[in-house]
Ligand binder design. Structure first.
Ligand code: PLP
Length: 463
C-alpha cells in the first residue's frame, strides 16, 4: 500500500514564506484612507507594528521566516499531508484525495501559523498587549496560545452568537491566559453604540473588529496593537507555509501538480495558505482548478460586488478593494462562524477578478452531510468551516468518477470540530435549515457602497 500519511521532518520545513503579490499579473489596488486617497504605511502604525506593516506592503516574492518563529511552529509543523483513502473507497472514485491536516496544532486549526508570527513581530517591536476579534473562536484561541508562549497580554472580542454556542473555546482562551468578552460589549464606544441600536444582535466579525481596533488605538500607553486573523496580505503570507509544505509532500507521494485545489474561505487565509504557492504555477501555465468555498448564507465571493469597503462595521479601518456584502452586513447565525465575514482578502479577490480562482457556495445542510460522511469514513470530525470545503471535495470526487478520470484533489483540512459539537447535535436532531441570502438583503447591505470610491476591475484577460 502506498503511504497515506506523508510526513516531513523539522529539517524540511520551509524557511521562507511566499508572497503572491510579487507574481500577480495585474497589481493590487491600494488601501484608501477616509479622504479616498491611498494610505501611507505610517497611517497604519497606531494599529499594527511597523515590521508587520512592511510585510503587508511588500512586493518581495520570498520573505525569510525567523528561526525563533520556526522554533515555536515545530510543536506541530510540518503538518501531515494525508490521503483520504477511506473516503475514496466509499465514494468508489478514481480521484486521489490529499489533505493538509492543519487540525493538529494545539488550538486545532491553521490559525496559529500567523498568530505565532504576529505575536513574535509585535513583541520584537516592544508591544505588550494584543487585541483581536474572533468568530468561531478558533482565531481567538490561536492568538491566546501564541501570546502565552511569546509573553503578551491578549484580549479577545468574540462574536456574541459564537460566544453563546461555543463556550469551550472561551475556556481554551482562559486556559492560555487571555481575556475573552462577548461582542458587541459595553467595554468600547463602538460596542455600546451598536447595543443601543440593536440590543439583540447576534454580533458580527465586523462589529468585533471595530471593538478590538478601538481598544488598541485608544490605549494611552501606546503599547497595545490589534491583530487580525485573516484577510490582510501579511496574514495570508504567514499561511503559505501550508502550501509550501504540501508541494514537498506531494513530490514524496510521487504526484505531479494537483488537478483541483479546494479550501473554505472566511477571510481567505487557510485557502490562500494552501493554494497561493500553486497559483504561482497556474500563472506560469499549469492547468489547476482552484476553488475557494463559502456558505450560501454569506456569499461574498459568488454574489457580492467587487468594491472598496471598510473592514469593520464602525468604519474605522482603511477601505480595501474586495468582494463585499457591505460593512453593515449581519450574517445569519449559521454554524460555520468563521465564514461569516462580509468581505474577503484583497489578494484572493484579485485572483477571482483575474479568473485564476473559481469560487463556489454550498448550503449548510450539504456541508454537514459531507462532514458526517467524512467522520464515518476517515474518522476525524471536521470543523463546520472545513465541512464547506468537504462538500466541494466530495462533489469533485464524484465528478472524477463520472468522467472516469484519475484526478488529484488537494484540500485544506483547516480545523477539527471537537469544540463545535453543538452544531452537529443541531444537524443530527434535524434542527438546522438551509439559508440563501435573499437578493433584497444583498441589495440593502451593499447600497452604502455607492457612496464609497469605486474599485477598478483590473484584469489581464489571460484566464
Ligand atoms: C477551522 C476554520 N477554518 C476556516 C476558517 C475561515 O477563516 P480563513 O478564511 O481566514 O481561513 C476559520 C475561521 O475561523 C476556521 O476556524
Amino acid at each position: 500500500m502506498k503511504p497515506i500519511k506523508i510526513q516531513l521532518n523539522e529539517n524540511d520545513i520551509p524557511r521562507q514564506w511566499y508572497n503572491l503579490a510579487a507574481d500577480l499579473p495585474t497589481p493590487m489596488l491600494p488601501p484608501l484612507g477616509p479622504d479616498g486617497n491611498p494610505i501611507s504605511p505610517d497611517m497604519l502604525a497606531p494599529v499594527f507594528p511597523m515590521n508587520l506593516i512592511e510585510q503587508e506592503v511588500s512586493s518581495k516574492r520570498w520573505i525569510d521566516i525567523p528561526e525563533e518563529i520556526l522554533d515555536i511552529l515545530y510543536r506541530w509543523r510540518p503538518s501531515p499531508l494525508r490521503r483520504a483513502v477511506y473516503l475514496e473507497r466509499y465514494l468508489d472514485t478514481p480521484a486521489r484525495i490529499y489533505y493538509k491536516d492543519e487540525s493538529v496544532s494545539p488550538p486545532g486549526s491553521h490559525k496559529p501559523n500567523t498568530a505565532v508570527a504576529q505575536a513574535w513581530y509585535n513583541k520584537q517591536f516592544g508591544i505588550k498587549k494584543l487585541t483581536t476579534e474572533t468568530g468561531a473562536g478558533q482565531w481567538g484561541s490561536a492568538l491566546a496560545f501564541a501570546c502565552n508562549i511569546i509573553g503578551l497580554e491578549c484580549k479577545v472580542y468574540m462574536v456574541r452568537i459564537s460566544f453563546d454556542q461555543k463556550p469551550f473555546r472561551k475556556m481554551m482562551m482562559s486556559t492560555w491566559g487571555a481575556n475573552c468578552v462577548a461582542s458587541p460589549s459595553t467595554e468600547t464606544n463602538a460596542g455600546r453604540k451598536i447595543l443601543e441600536e440593536m440590543p439583540d444582535t447576534p454580533g458580527s466579525l465586523g462589529m468585533a473588529i471595530s471593538e478590538a481596533v478601538e481598544e488598541a488605538v485608544t490605549d494611552p500607553s501606546g503599547t497595545t496593537r490589534y491583530s487580525l486573523g485573516s484577510v490582510l496580505n501579511h496574514v495570508l503570507l504567514h499561511q503559505t507555509i501550508i502550501g509550501l509544505e504540501a508541494k514537498k509532500q506531494l513530490k514524496i507521494a510521487e504526484e505531479k501538480l494537483p488537478d483541483v485545489i479546494i479550501g473554505c474561505a472566511g477571510g481567505g487565509s487557510n485557502f490562500a495558505g494552501l493554494s497561493f504557492p500553486f497559483v504561482s504555477d497556474k500563472i506560469n501555465g499549469a492547468d489547476i482548478k482552484i476553488v475557494p468555498v463559502e456558505p450560501t448564507a454569506c456569499p461574498t465571493m459568488t454574489r457580492a460586488p467587487f468594491a472598496y469597503d471598510f473592514g469593520d462595521t464602525a468604519c474605522m479601518t482603511p477601505l480595501l478593494a474586495m468582494h463585499t456584502l457591505g460593512h453593515a452586513f449581519v450574517p445569519p447565525p449559521i454554524h460555520a462562524g468563521g465564514l461569516r465575514y462580509h468581505g474577503m482578502a484583497p489578494l484572493v479577490c484579485r485572483g477571482i477578478v483575474e479568473g485564476l480562482l473559481e469560487p463556489r457556495a454550498y448550503h449548510q445542510l450539504q456541508s454537514y452531510k459531507a462532514a458526517i460522511t467524512w467522520a464515518k469514513t476517515e474518522g476525524f470530525i471536521p470543523a463546520p468551516e472545513t465541512s464547506q470545503a468537504l462538500a466541494a471535495v466530495i462533489e469533485e470526487a464524484k465528478k472524477a468518477k463520472e468522467e472516469g478520470k484519475e484526478k488529484v484533489i488537494l484540500f485544506n483540512y483547516s480545523g477539527h470540530g471537537l469544540m463545535d459539537l453543538v452544531g452537529y447535535d443541531a444537524y443530527l436532531s434535524g434542527k438546522l435549515t438551509d439559508y440563501e441570502l435573499p437578493e433584497e438583503e444583498l441589495q440593502k447591505y451593499t447600497k452604502d457602497l455607492e457612496n464609497l470610491p469605486k474599485a477598478e476591475m483590473r484584469k489581464s484577460g489571460k484566464w
